[in-house]
Design a protein around this ligand. Structure first.
Ligand code: 4AD
Ligand code: MG
Length: 437
């Protein structure tokens, strides 16, 4: 729309005639005059209506799409340090009339809805400034990730979603009928990003992942995105973790720089990131949980959700002023077939998780890059190498020592913003029960 300015630009136009457009967020009716609270993508501002315009809006509902021309004038503000303005409307045009009452009241400061009502009415609840803020911050995280990775000279790859075999093992995958054949929906871009190590040496991408989770939890979706990463000619696992840490630092800085208003609106303080994310083995983590946390899970082959929470919200902040903790050295029984075994102890793997502000946000590690070794690993996991012919072709034709990671976009958003349920960090979430809207 030519000549239109946004609500957040209004203070620079005091005394001038402007055109604004947006949604009727609220209407204040004072009989002979009134105020329309007009919302656009940048904020909400007050438009002073004459009796005739007010009359016209009385016949409509909130969320009607309107266009005004009028003069910007200063008004008294509650907070005298900010320059408050309003528009004295001269003309009003209804671009899209709404005649149905919205299912939820989105003009309130807080929506205060239970999660199902929030998501059932997503089409409308997304318009609430606090909901909008979540996905602006998510977009800034993505922007920071891409910025870090492209500065390293890495190549962005777009991975397929329709696949033959499942990559992560287990039964958590969706089958689809593909012209009478059975295909699966990608659980992760794992095998494809590894294949690109024969060419690009460093790749990244935002993939779609699907998991046929059996239960709904506050941390699991059936469809989510992963920040994928893979790098070749690595000396060891620390190099992969260095990239994960540096990427996250740039992502959080990008949020701080570009989403000041959104963070304020959500009353969010970003997690402390210390000087360096601590790196501990699974054994050390479980030992600390026993000694300092008072819970003995030292016999477990993995971190429980409670241990992850304790490690990243209590132990990390206390000892390292950091809400992120790398945990390394997971047992081979707990890691997929592509993960490199520890040459010093083949029951151990050269793999890691990053727990961040409440739960796991990354899994990663070094990969098997030799052909014979990969055949052995597949067999040991009870998988048939014949079904991995394309994947094994890369091992046959030379893959450097390499590693990488996958980081859940929605999981990261959830933890960084301290949201109780991952669905709040997902614009259109899918879970065991939900396939709409
Ligand atoms: O831990 P996962 O399953 O690891 C992989 O997919 C590997 N291919 C990664 C690698 O490069 N080695 O998934 C990676 C991340 C998790 O740490 C979590 O953040 C997120 O993806 N994730 C989920 N997010 C939402 N819902 C689910 N069901 C998720 N499953 C994993
Ligand atoms: Mg994992």
């Amino acid at each position: 729309m030519k000549d239109r300015i946004y609500v957040n630009e209004l203070p620079q136009h005091v005394g001038q005639k402007v055109t604004v457009a947006g949604w009727l967020h609220n209407l204040r009716d004072h009989k002979n005059f009134g105020f329309a609270m007009l919302r656009d993508k940048t904020g909400i501002e007050q438009v002073v209506l004459n009796a005739e315009q007010l009359e016209q809006l009385r016949a409509l509902q909130l969320e009607s799409v309107l266009k005004f021309t009028g003069t910007v004038v200063e008004r008294k503000a509650k907070d005298p340090s900010v320059k408050a303005v309003e528009i004295q409307a001269e003309t009003m045009e209804v671009l899209s009339p709404v005649t149905t009452v919205a299912p939820v009241e989105i003009s309130k400061t807080d929506l205060d809805l239970n999660l199902d009502t929030l998501i059932d009415n997503r089409v409308v609840t997304l318009r609430h400034p606090k909901q909008r803020a979540i996905f602006r911050i998510q977009a800034a995280l993505v922007h920071g990730y891409r910025s870090y990775m492209s500065k390293q000279g890495f190549t962005e790859i777009f991975f397929p979603i329709l696949a033959g075999a499942a990559s992560e093992g287990g039964s958590e995958f969706f089958k689809v009928d593909y012209y009478g054949r059975e295909a699966t929906l990608s659980q992760s871009a794992q095998l494809y990003k590894q294949i690109t190590m024969g060419v690009y040496e460093g790749v990244y991408g935002l993939s779609y992942s699907f998991r046929a989770e059996k239960f709904g939890t506050s941390r699991h979706l059936t469809e989510f995105n992963q920040f994928e990463f893979e790098v070749g000619f690595v000396d060891g696992m620390d190099e992969v973790m260095d990239h994960a840490e540096a990427a996250i630092r740039e992502m959080l800085t990008t949020v701080e720089k570009t989403c000041e208003l959104e963070l304020k609106l959500l009353s969010v303080t970003l997690p402390p990131v210390g000087k360096r994310f601590p790196r501990v083995t699974l054994k050390e983590a479980l030992e600390a949980y026993k000694v300092e946390g008072g819970v003995d899970e030292t016999h477990e082959p993995d971190l429980s959700p409670a241990a992850e929470r304790w490690l990243s919200t209590t132990w990390g902040p206390k000892h390292h002023d950091c809400g992120f903790v790398f945990v390394t050295d997971y047992p081979a029984t707990k890691r997929p077939f592509y993960v490199k075994l520890d040459p010093a102890d083949p029951s151990n793997t050269l793999s890691f998780d990053l727990v961040g502000f409440g739960s796991e946000i990354i899994s990663g590690g070094l990969r098997v890059n030799k052909y014979e070794e990969q055949i052995e690993r597949l067999k040991a996991k009870g998988l048939n190498p014949d079904q991995f012919e394309d994947y094994l072709m890369m091992h046959k034709f030379g893959i450097p020592p390499e590693g990488g990671f996958g980081m859940g976009l929605q999981r990261l958003t959830q933890n960084v913003l301290g949201l109780a349920n991952i669905k709040e960090a997902t614009i259109f979430p899918r879970d065991v029960q939900r396939l709409r809207p």
